[in-house]
Design a binder for this molecule. Structure first.
Ligand SMILES: NC(=O)c1ccc[n+]([C@@H]2O[C@H](COP(=O)([O-])OP(=O)(O)OC[C@H]3O[C@@H](n4cnc5c(N)ncnc54)[C@H](OP(=O)(O)O)[C@@H]3O)[C@@H](O)[C@H]2O)c1
Length: 263
C-alpha cells in the first residue's frame, strides 16, 4: 500500500502512449510526481507538459529501450542519482506479436520476451525489496486477458503475459503482510496502438474494445483494494472464468479463430 499518492513518485514504463500514458494522467490527477520512460522522447515531453499544466506535478523523462538487458538497472540508477524514491512502479511497457510459424521472426519474439518478461522482472525485483524494507509502496504489472489461456498464432505473447500474472500473484502473496501491494492488471482488447504493432491492424474494426480510461480506473481501484489481480470489464472477467470450464484443447482451438491467417 502506498504512503500516499500526493507528492510521492511513480515510475511508469511505456508511458508514451496508450495505457501507460493514461496511467500517467490518472496518477498525476491524484497528485503524484512521475518518472516517465519509453523510447519516443517527443511524446513523453508533450505528456509531461500536459500534466504540469493540468496538475502542477513534477515529471522526469528518461528515454530507454527496455528490451536491452542493461537498460532496466541503468534506469533505476539514474532515478536514484536524481534523488528520487519510487513509491509506485507501473510496469506497463510491452508489445504483442501475431504470426504464423512459417513467417515468425525469432529475434522479434526474443525482443518481446526481453521487454514483456525480463525487463518487468528486473525492475520489480530491484524495486520491491526496498519497498518491503520501508514498509510501504506498490507495483502494478500490466498483464492481459491473454494470460489465462494459450492464444494460437500469438503463443509467445500470451505465454509472456501468463508469466506476468503468475509472477505478480506470487509476489503479492509474499509481500501483502509487509505493507506492500503487487497487483496484476489484465486488460481485454483496449483501443491503443497495440494491435497495429502486433501486426493485426484491422482487429479493432471487427472486435469490441475498451477505452484506456476504464482500464486504468479498474487497475487503480484494484490496487487500492490491495487485490492480487484484476480483469478490466465484466465481459472480459467472465471470459477469464469461462476458460476454466472448457477443456484445454477446446480453449486452444477456439483461440485460433482470432488470428488465423487468411488463405
Ligand atoms: N491494448 C490492448 O488490447 C492490450 C490488452 C492487454 C494487455 N495490453 C498490455 O498493455 C501494455 C501497454 O500497451 P498499450 O495497449 O498501451 O499499447 P501501446 O500504446 O503500443 O503502448 C506500448 C508502450 O510500450 C512502450 N514500449 C514498446 N517497446 C518498448 C521498448 N523496447 N522499450 C521501452 N518501452 C517500450 C511504448 O513506447 P515507445 O514505443 O515510445 O518505446 C509504449 O509507450 C502492454 O504491456 C500490453 O501488452 C494491451
Amino acid at each position: 500500500m502506498l504512503k500516499a499518492y500526493a507528492d510521492q513518485w511513480a515510475l511508469i514504463t511505456g508511458a508514451s502512449s496508450g495505457i501507460g500514458a493514461e496511467f500517467a494522467r490518472q496518477l498525476a490527477a491524484r497528485g503524484m510526481h512521475l518518472v516517465l520512460t519509453a523510447r519516443r522522447e517527443q511524446l513523453l515531453t508533450q505528456l509531461a507538459a500536459e500534466l504540469h499544466q493540468a496538475h502542477g506535478t513534477k515529471t522526469e523523462i528518461l528515454v530507454a529501450d527496455l528490451s536491452v538487458p542493461v537498460e532496466p538497472p541503468c534506469l533505476l540508477q539514474e532515478i536514484e542519482n536524481r534523488g528520487i524514491t519510487i513509491e509506485l512502479l507501473v510496469n506497463n511497457a510491452g508489445f504483442g506479436y501475431v504470426s504464423p510459424l512459417e513467417t515468425i521472426d525469432v529475434e522479434h519474439v526474443q525482443n518481446m520476451i526481453r521487454l514483456n518478461v525480463s525487463a518487468l522482472t528486473d525492475l520489480t525485483l530491484r524495486v520491491l525489496p526496498k519497498m518491503v524494507e520501508r514498509g510501504h509502496g506498490g507495483i502494478i504489472n500490466v498483464s492481459s486477458i491473454a494470460a489465462f489461456q494459450p492464444v494460437g498464432y500469438m503463443g509467445p505473447y500470451s505465454a509472456s503475459k501468463s508469466y506476468v500474472l503468475h509472477f505478480s500473484e506470487a509476489l503479492w502473496g509474499e509481500v501483502r503482510d509487509r505493507g506492500v501491494t503487487v497487483t496484476a492488471v489484465c486488460p481485454g482488447s483496449t483501443r491503443t496502438d497495440f494491435f497495429r504493432i502486433s501486426g493485426v491492424p484491422a482487429f479493432l474494426d471487427k472486435h469490441s474494445a475498451q477505452d484506456v480510461k476504464p482500464v486504468v480506473r479498474a487497475a487503480l481501484k484494484a490496487f487500492e483494494k490491495r487485490r492480487q489481480y484484476v480483469v478490466s470489464g465484466w465481459k472480459n472477467y467472465i471470459l477469464s472464468l469461462l476458460v476454466r470450464l472448457a477443456t484445454r484443447a477446446t480453449v486452444v482451438k477456439e483461440s485460433m479463430k482470432y488470428f488465423r491467417p487468411k488463405k
